[in-house]
Design a protein around this ligand. Sequence first.
Ligand SMILES: O=C(O)CCC(=O)C(=O)O
Ligand SMILES: [Fe+2]
Length: 363
Amino acid sequence: MQIKTSSTMPTSPPPAENNGAAAAYFDFRAAERVPESHVWAGMHEKDTAPVVAAGDEHDDDEDHDDDEPGGDMRDGHAVPVESLSRAEEQAARLFALPAPDKARAARRPGGGSTGYGVPPYLLRYPKRMWAEGYTFPPPAIRDEFRRVWPDAGDDYHRFCSAMEEYDAAMRALGERLLAMFFKALGLAGDDAAGGKTERRIRDTLTSTIHLNMFPRCPDPDRAVGLVAHTDSGFFTFILQSPVPGLQLLRRRPDRWVTVPGTPGALIVVVGDLFHVLTNGRFHSVFHRAVVNRENDRISMPYFLGPPADMKVTPLVAAGSPESKAVYQAVTWPEYMAIRDKLFGTNISALTMIRVAKEEDEES
Ligand SMILES: O=C(O)CCC(=O)C(=O)O
Ligand SMILES: [Fe+2]
């Protein structure tokens, strides 16, 4: 199945002052109601046109047939299910640890996003998400989680091995998907101009894992698991569990589509830098996570992107209708700096680096 999406910017709330003290997680387990600090009043109403079951979504005549989908469910992904379920099981064990154990791996000042706690960019919102989480680059797994399990016993080793196995599986999938995408774009093969670029991108792909826990919520309509955003890198894999919660934004009319809880299915979310790389032929997709009253939900998004020093330059296929690059070449940090400046506005960072009109641009 395919879910077509594109890159409208939904409304976002005004920025808040960064408040370090707010970085600590609230005790979700004990909550009998959603406290003011976590209430996103009006957010769902304003952003959510009726939520449509994804199964009703396949026919899509009003969309652009020649665009590639921004979000795509692939359940024939050939990733060993044991690798996925072992990682999920270990993530669940991690989140079930007592709060002080989890907090030992807290994000360090100046340490970027790595660690446990509210990521710096989420602290800029006036309200907190109904979620807790870890962020780490796979090479840091053993160091990071030694903080949670200082004795480096069996629990530590089981966790690290499961995450390393997950990393290897997702990375291999990322490399395969990259090859498929290049083929779909007519850029594959040794002779094509894209062949060299493909190899360079594949050989330098960087990755980050998020482990998100969205606890069940006494008033899910007034809380948000993760606010609407696009991922900024190339693409992200989000494994689906039986508990739904991921929503993708679909256009015309704008509405949030709930991805069904299909265990073992992987959603591929296209990020902004892949939008740039493909010169707008693949659209980055707005998505968010909602919470529910009955069940906790764990997600383990796996992000793939370029190294920090790589200029991402739009690939223009010979003989394709887009004969000119639509976007300026940017590195990931340059792009993030633009996104950062635009926080709290409804201006998309992609618009800021656009140098020519996209063929399919909405008028
Ligand atoms: O948990 C999900 O389904 C979405 C997570 C996500 O979009 C993210 O961490 O960037
Ligand atoms: Fe995301």
